[in-house]
Structures are given as structure tokens and as C-alpha cells.
Design a protein around this ligand. Structure first.
Ligand code: SF4
Ligand code: SF3
Length: 546
């Protein structure tokens, strides 16, 4: 195996024996072959798009699910991968019969998958990232950057599609981009353009997801959330998927079960269409990397709707359930029927049997719900506060959390932000500081929780509106972006920001191993992308005091 798609990759080079995430070589190799297969499918699908034939959405959806399945901390189940591989061959053959010649006769297109898992694993090396040793490292780096951006897009695309929303442009882009990754004629410059296009498509998909969430569940509004558990049976919902939460809330109405959000589900409390359920009782625990410790010995059940799933300990393996594309060998999976409905009765029954805690824990509340609609409701106050000097600078501190010790930087940074500055945050990196009391600035809470990682779209909307109000562009605002990354959604988010020409982003805790020295240099020269140093110095630089 060779995998370097996430921030915790072994020795900051690549996982080669076993994933730090727990991914086995078997799953890693099957994932490589799956990506190889969807590239092959795209070689047949591209000519159809170019002829103007509307793309079969079941093919798009399959490609999206494959990309999402291979995202870090999503699916570790060998059999799921084997089944997806068989399905990929069926789709490939169908397209071959229908479309005729592929865009180019590369091995991705001509390869035929064998029947058995053993044979698939025998073939998998041809699909490995490092298989072609003679490949230009910058070409490899850019191809992988685009692929990881696509994986991030697929997660958001999947979430929106489950709610009935999609973008035809982004759907076609999966195919056009995957095909382009097989094209040896593309130059570094052309691949850089494709990388920026991937960022544009990330914005397009996040916009669709925002439209889906805010249309179906209404715009988030500021909401206090209890972060301690109440007495009685409970289910903890983790991941990112609002629809799963809604379905579970409906099915648990009147059962006496409390539902708690975990990780990236925290922003769900801001949506009127979700917080109207009184048994959506609060938020549990910290970011994903704390789950093994925090799920241990809980007298309740857990539902994982998307990433980040870690190896379940035996102490709770029979109490954790997966849904959507998430999976772990031996973990119970809740699928959907042909109408898209899910039956949560098994997890509900088990939660009732477990019974929960006998007593309420102390109440501690945090504030969420500052999406673009809510935050821009304060736009006039914010503009006045900046003009009068009461509000000096905005810091967006957000992105993925992770297990590395260097991530304390983000806590220290938030703590050191001067009192006359406002902090916005999003994604699971917020757990580094979202239970601290930041007080107020110019009558506003100093910490505004914008939402999930896909709500980088909200951050862009907020920044663009403020830039308009000040007659400048986003780079002209007193705004610094301090981004933490871990998995490939953060890659999509970063590409989105870069595609808008946003400069001087601080990225950490380490830089992606898949960026070659030349590609990194390009990003530094063009976008002044910065690696984090220490919180004190970086704040000084952001405030122009260095
Ligand atoms: Fe390693 Fe990350 Fe790949 Fe897992 S996803 S195998 S930790 S690089
Ligand atoms: Fe976190 Fe996994 Fe990335 Fe949506 S839940 S941000 S790491």
C-alpha cells in the first residue's frame, strides 16, 4: 500500500505498512483499484458529455460514492470495496457497449476487473500512486491534489444529493477531471488550471449543499447548546449528515430517547428545522480523534453518518452503527430502502435497553448558529465597529482537528487573539477552543461558530459581503485565515479559497505530503500560502506588527 492523502500520514511521507488511520493494506489496495476503475469509467463517459448526452445520474452517484468511500476515516470494510469494484466493472462494460471508444485507450479504460478478491488484489499494484516510478513528481502531485479535492467535493455532493440537490456542472466535473487525470499529455500548467477548477467546483457544490440545508431546515440562527448529558436513554449522532439526524429525530419522537450531536454535527443545533425537536438535547464530547476514549463505556448508542470513524474498541463495537458510505468490518450498517428511507429501530431498541445515565449532568452551554444569514444580520454593526476602531481584525480559525500534538497551536492562537478582534470558526477544529469563554466585542460574541467544514461557503459569503461594504476585496479586509487540515474535505476547502484568489492563508499543523517541492513553491509564490509557525508570531504578522 501507499497512501499519503491525509495529514497524519506515516512520517509525513506515506503509509506503506498499515494506515495510521487503521486502513489495512488490503483496503488501501482495493481503494486504489476503485479509483483506477472510476478513472476508466470516466474515459468512456467523457465523450458522451462532450457530445451533449445527459449523464446518467446513477453513474455520477456511483462515482461520487466511490470517491467518498475512499476519503479518510470513512470505510474500512473489505467486502464493501469488493462489491463496489464489481459494480464498477458492470458500469464500465455498460458504458463501453453504449459509448463505444473511450476518450483515450489507456489501461484505465481497457482494463477488465477479475472476479475474485484475490485476483483483484493481485492486479491492484497497477493502480498504485507510485506505480509509475518515472512519472514527473509535479504531475503526480497535481494529479493527487485534484483527486483529493474531488474526494472532498464528493462528500459534500453526497450530502446534498441525499437531500435532492445537485449541480449538473459539478456532476460532469467528476468525470471530466477523473478522465483528465489519465491524460499523459496534460502539462503542469494545465494541471494547475484543473486544480483551480476543482476549487471552483468545490464552491459550486458547497453552494448547493447550503441551498439544500437552508431550504429544507431553514437558515441557522444563534442557539445555545448544552454540552452535558441528561438522564435517560440516548443516541449520539456523529459525522456531517443533516438528513440522517432528521430521520432519527422523527423516529425517536415520544420514545424518551435523547439525541446528542457529536463532532461536526454540532452546527445542526442552529437549524430551526432540526432544533424544533425537543429531544435534540445537546452536544457530546470533542472532535473525532477523542472518540475511542469518549465512546468507551457509554450507556448509549452511536450513529456514524459520515467521517470520521476510528477503529471501534471492543467495549463499544456492538453499540456503534454506520450508515451512508461509512463502514467497518463487523459494525452494524443501516442502509436505505428504494424510497431513501432508513429504519433505525435496531439502534433505538438498543439505546432503550442501555437506558443511559441515571442522573442529569451539570449544564454547560455553548453558542452556535452563525451561518452567513445570521452573521450578515449583524453586518451593519460589524462595519460600524470596524470604522469606529472598536473591532480591529477578524480571524477565521477553523478546519479539521486531528491527533497531533502540534494542534495545540490553534488553542493558543484563539486564546491569544486580542480582545478587540473577532474570531470566526468552522469544522471540527473548533473543539480546540469552543468551550472557552471569549466574551464580547462591540456587542457581538467574540467567537462566532459558522458551522461545518462545508460552511467555508458561509465564510466566503460573509467575507465577500464585508469586502463589498468596505469597498475592497477579501484580501483587502482586516481578515486572516488560520486553517487546520486533516482529510480531503479540507483540501477541497483550501482549493476553494485559492480559486477565489485569497492570499496569505496560514496552513497547518504540517503541509500536505502530496505537494511536491515545486508545487508548494508555486502555491507560496502565487498565493503566499504560509505554514504556521507559533501562535504569538503569527498573530503579530497578521496584525501587521511583525
Ligand atoms: Fe495513512 Fe491517512 Fe492514508 Fe490512512 S488515510 S492510510 S492515515 S495517509
Ligand atoms: Fe473533522 Fe473528520 Fe475534517 Fe468536516 S470530522 S472536518 S476531520
Amino acid at each position: 500500500m501507499f497512501c499519503y492523502q491525509c495529514e497524519q500520514t506515516a512520517n509525513q511521507k506515506g503509509c506503506t505498512k498499515l494506515g495510521v488511520c487503521g486502513k489495512t493494506p488490503e483496503v488501501a489496495n482495493l481503494q486504489d483499484l476503485l479509483i483506477f476503475q472510476i478513472k476508466g469509467i470516466s474515459c468512456y463517459a467523457r465523450p458522451l458529455i462532450e457530445k451533449g448526452t445527459p449523464m446518467d445520474k446513477s453513474v455520477v452517484s456511483f462515482i461520487e460514492n466511490v470517491l467518498f468511500t475512499t476519503l479518510t476515516n470513512v470505510n474500512f470494510d473489505v467486502e464493501v470495496h469488493v462489491e463496489l469494484l464489481r459494480e464498477s466493472q458492470r458500469i464500465k462494460e455498460e458504458l463501453r457497449a453504449y459509448a463505444g471508444a473511450p476518450s483515450q485507450p489507456t489501461l484505465h479504460a481497457t482494463y477488465d476487473l477479475p472476479q475474485t478478491k484475490t485476483e483483484m488484489l493481485r492486479d491492484a499494484p497497477i493502480a498504485g500512486i507510485m506505480y509509475d516510478k518515472s512519472l514527473d513528481p509535479d504531475i503526480r502531485s497535481l494529479r493527487q491534489t485534484v483527486l483529493y479535492g474531488l474526494k472532498g467535493i464528493s462528500a459534500y455532493g453526497h450530502q446534498a444529493r441525499e437531500l435532492g440537490y445537485y449541480s449538473d456542472e459539478a456532476d460532469d466535473f467528476y468525470i471530466l477531471a477523473l478522465e483528465a487525470l489519465t491524460d499523459d499529455r496534460l502539462s503542469v500548467e494545465e494541471l494547475i488550471r484543473l486544480t483551480m477548477r476543482t476549487g471552483e467546483m468545490a464552491i459550486e457544490v458547497m453552494k448547493k449543499l447550503d441551498e439544500a440545508n437552508t431550504t429544507i431546515y431553514q437558515n441557522p440562527a444563534p442557539q445555545k447548546v448544552n454540552v452535558h448529558l441528561k438522564k435517560g436513554p440516548f443516541i449520539i449522532v456523529s459525522g456531517h449528515d443533516l438528513k440522517d439526524l432528521e430521520m432519527l429525530l422523527k423516529q425517536t419522537e415520544g420514545t424518551g430517547i435523547h439525541i446528542y450531536t457529536h463532532g461536526e454535527m454540532l452546527p445542526c443545533h442552529g437549524y430551526p428545522g432540526l432544533n424544533k425537536y425537543p429531544h435534540l438535547a445537546g452536544n457530546f464530547g470533542g472532535a473525532w480523534q477523542d472518540q475511542q476514549k469518549q465512546f468507551d463505556n457509554l450507556p448509549g448508542c452511536i450513529l456514524m453518518t459520515t467521517n470520521c470513524l476510528m477503529r471501534p474498541r471492543d467495549s463499544y463495537k456492538d453499540r456503534i452503527y454506520s450508515t451512508n458510505v461509512v463502514g467497518w468490518d463487523g459494525v452494524k450498517h443501516i442502509g436505505k430502502n428504494e424510497n431513501g428511507e432508513k429504519d433505525f429501530s435496531a439502534i433505538i431498541e438498543q439505546a432503550l435497553e442501555l437506558g443511559g445515565y441515571p442522573e442529569d449532568q451539570d449544564v454547560q452551554e455553548i453558542l452556535v448558529g452563525f451561518g452567513h444569514h445570521a452573521t450578515l444580520g449583524y453586518a451593519d454593526a460589524i462595519v460600524d465597529a470596524v470604522k469606529s476602531g472598536k473591532l480591529r481584525h477578524f480571524f477565521l480559525i477553523g478546519g479539521c482537528d486531528g491527533a497531533r500534538p502540534g494542534r495545540n497551536y490553534y488553542t493558543e492562537f484563539a486564546e491569544m487573539v486580542p480582545q478587540d478582534c473577532l474570531i470566526m470558526t468552522l469544522a471540527c477544529g473548533k473543539y480546540r477552543f469552543n468551550k472557552l469563554d471569549f466574551g464580547e466585542v462591540a456587542g457581538l460574541p467574540r467567537l462566532l461558530d459558522i458551522g461545518q467544514c462545508n460552511d467555508v461557503y458561509s465564510a466566503i459569503r460573509i467575507a465577500t459581503a464585508l469586502a463589498d461594504a468596505f469597498g475592497t476585496d477579501v484580501n483587502g479586509l482586516p481578515l486572516s485565515l488560520i486553517i487546520s487540515w486533516y482529510e480531503q474535505k479540507a483540501v477541497a476547502d483550501l482549493l476553494a479559497l485559492l480559486s477565489l484568489g485569497i492570499h496569505d492563508i496560514y496552513l497547518g499543523p504540517t503541509l500536505p505530503a502530496f505537494l511536491s517541492p515545486n508545487v508548494l513553491q508555486y502555491l507560496t509564490d502565487t498565493f503566499h500560502l504560509k505554514s504556521i509557525s507559533n501562535a504569538r508570531d503569527d498573530i503579530r504578522t497578521c496584525l501587521g506588527q511583525a
